[in-house]
Design a protein around this ligand. Sequence first.
Ligand code: HGA
Length: 607
Amino acid sequence: MCGIIGIVGKEQVADRLVDGLRRMEYRGYDSAGVCTVEGGQLIRRRAEGKLGNLVIELARNPAQGLIGIAHTRWATHGAPTTSNAHPHATEQVALVHNGIIENFKPLREALTARGRKFESETDTEVVAHLVSEQVEAGLSPQDAVKAVLPQLRGAFALAIAFRAHDDMLIGARLGSPLVVGYGEGETYLGSDALALAPLTQRITYLEEGDWVVITREGAQIFDTDNNEVTRPIVASGATAAAIEKGNYRHFMQKEIFEQPVVVAQTLRSYLRRVEQTVALPQIDFDLASINRVTIVACGTSFYAAMVAKYWFEQFARLPVDIDVASEFRYRDPVLEEGGLSLFISQSGETADTLAALRHCKAAGQTIAVVVNVPTSTMAREADLLLPTHAGPEIGVASTKAFTCQLAVLAALAAHLAVKRGRMNRAEEAAIVEHLVEVPAALNAALAHDEEIAAMAHLIAPARDVLYLGRGADYPLALEGALKLKEISYIHAEGYASGEMKHGPIALIDELVPVIVLAPSGPLFEKTVSNMQEVRARGGKVVLISDAEGIAEAGEGCLATIEMPKVHPLIAPLVYAVPVQLLAYHVAVAKGTDVDQPRNLAKSVTVE
Ligand code: HGA
């Protein structure tokens, strides 16, 4: 959320700043802005809405300069208007911010009382005024920033430009990510390595509380106590190639179709095919000694956690608690000694999940993370890093990251089971075989794309949709409902199918389509009974099942979607595909912005 970039360059920067924003647009698209420094002037250009509007504004009013900062916004404080767009500026200072300044109100009141005039409703603008006050009082930019940072509560990644200094920028981070990039006679700041990928592969990840002065010669980094520190320079590995949609209409569609390949890629690093065993990265603690697992995540990653709970309990007989990250810390959870805390996040930067991770670390838990960005903050703070290999996920609605998370979690469940003596060699080999089948099963599920596209018009006019599932397919019902809400704006709810009769069945009528996820198997008959309860009340059912399930219960349904017959372990991965495709095609039928749905953004770096 909110992407920031800064360049101290030897050539013009405006176009390169915009290119950096383009690579971060998935983080927010409420507004965008740049500010360059030239001839003792701050040259600021901002535009409401998508980045294209800023490009038009810059074509009309170019911003010259060899140094500048830029921002793409996901609004937290203040409407998505031009006046709330970053950079926020005074006569002396301009800055961009990712995060929330939680104490902005008292700061703003105090600044107003001192005669400062505000032009936006944002929390961010107070920082511009605070730094400006110090500069106007005669402090150097470094001393000004040093004086202001301790006054800020909340989370921030900042890039600050100074009217009178066309050779340096200052960056700072607390809670939100910020990297420094090193070029040839140029230095950069960015929210992530991907933003800087065309400029440099040489990156320093700033640590919590760090602030940095960048010049053409390099970077000087200071910690929270203002001691100069050295942080390692690493190769970012982020690809400089433009992130393209290829032949697909949307990133989401491309990412749905990438799943067989990226899940195979992910599984390859967790399975030993020849030995038929599950292999985890080397760790220096004994997984057999783990007595309890706490899994914390948000959104789609939380539904992956729900599936994992079924697997960890079933295979490893390990007690598992799962929690939504934004709630976790506030209920003061009981964390027993010897526990493993597992965090799941596509970006590895999700603010709520990161705060929960730090809470557990402080409580002495062993920390494991399943993340798609191996250089992310969570990856760096974990004892056990379990990367997914989904590649960059650009569509705001998560798809391939989810199935890759499930692949890793299934392997982890089997590994824990083996370590705890709950799974013998033959059972482990059988699990490996089932997992190896996943990519082919995903391909078979994707083969129903056209059929799902054709039936999407049955769902598109609905105002409400229900999704039902049982066992490990219940989280998939929740995920299906979330996908539909996110990109088609249709109200949808997921329910454990047995829960219907305890309330939501009151909603059923002929206008509420009910999507039932029911692979044939041990839970099939019970789910079908719940489906009949819906049908008996005039409900219109879309049954997603395999050939056997459809033969048994498909008659009289509004539509059926046939999945390959798979082992129950891998059903959640396979059944993710039809719910993703259904949401996608309904959104396309409704003409919504699939890749950049309203009010949302990716990489949620605010709490
Ligand atoms: N609070 C600032 C920045 C928002 C942000 O970082 N979102 O992820 C604003 O509302 O502009």
